[in-house]
Design a protein around this ligand. Structure first.
Ligand SMILES: O=C(O)c1ccccc1N[C@@H]1O[C@H](COP(=O)(O)O)[C@@H](O)[C@H]1O
Length: 205
């Protein structure tokens, strides 16, 4: 299982995350987020962890101009496949909110449209934005996890991780559920999650 920790704002958090079995770290490039960082913070960063830039309201040219700073861009706004086509598919994480869809067929149709233009999908709770700590509601969509490269997000924390592991996503995205306060990551919470993943033998990516 691929593990991403998002909403990073401190170098000190990156230092201990590097010593853990974390794969990706995410940076929120959205002015209204309490976890927002400036591009300069990422520019001056030297880490072995793969970097994800999370965008909400940046246009295609802005995204193209920052892509070289990141290993992935996470499209966490209302982005259509016309925009995705302009980006390097191998670097795109496309966010989808399953609660927006009346049924799993409509959701699957949307995934099939985007699939050629993305590396991963990220299913988040709610119907827009992210970082609100809402826990994603399971639905018929869980059957899609075996056929599509999907990360799960949405309030994932040490106490609700078990249910997430049972449905077996490709990856998980940890944010507010592993914080002591917005942007401040908790080593204890991340460690607890990794222990549960390893206990289940899931960290085999
Ligand atoms: O974290 C934020 O502030 C944020 C703001 C705007 C868009 C996305 C944001 N974070 C992403 O939202 C999901 C779920 O986060 P949470 O677990 O509900 O806190 C996650 O992918 C973050 O990368």
């Amino acid at each position: 299982m691929i593990v991403k920790v998002c909403g990073i704002t401190r170098l000190s958090d990156i230092k201990w995350l590097e010593k853990m079995e974390i794969d990706l770290i995410g940076f929120i490039l959205y002015s209204k987020s309490p976890r927002k960082v400036e591009l300069e913070f990422v520019d001056n960063l030297c880490t072995k962890l793969k970097k994800v830039g999370v965008v909400v309201d940046k246009g295609v040219h802005e995204i193209q101009n920052i892509m070289n700073k990141f290993d992935f861009v996470q499209l966490h706004g209302d982005y259509d496949f016309e925009l995705c086509k302009e980006l390097e598919a191998e670097k795109v994480i496309k966010v989808v909110w399953p609660e927006r869809y009346d049924n799993v067929s409509l959701l699957k149709k949307e995934l099939d449209i985007f699939l050629p233009f993305v590396k991963y999908f990220l299913f988040d709770a709610g119907k827009s934005l992210g970082g609100h700590g809402r826990i994603i509601e399971f639905g018929e969509w869980i059957k899609l996890l075996k056929d599509y490269p999907i990360f799960l997000a949405g309030g994932i924390n040490p106490h609700n991780l078990g249910k997430i592991l049972e449905i077996g996503p490709l990856g998980i995205d940890l944010n507010s559920g592993v914080e002591s306060r917005p942007g401040i990551k908790s080593k204890e919470k991340v460690s607890s999650i990794l222990k549960q993943i390893n206990f289940k033998g899931e960290k085999n990516d």
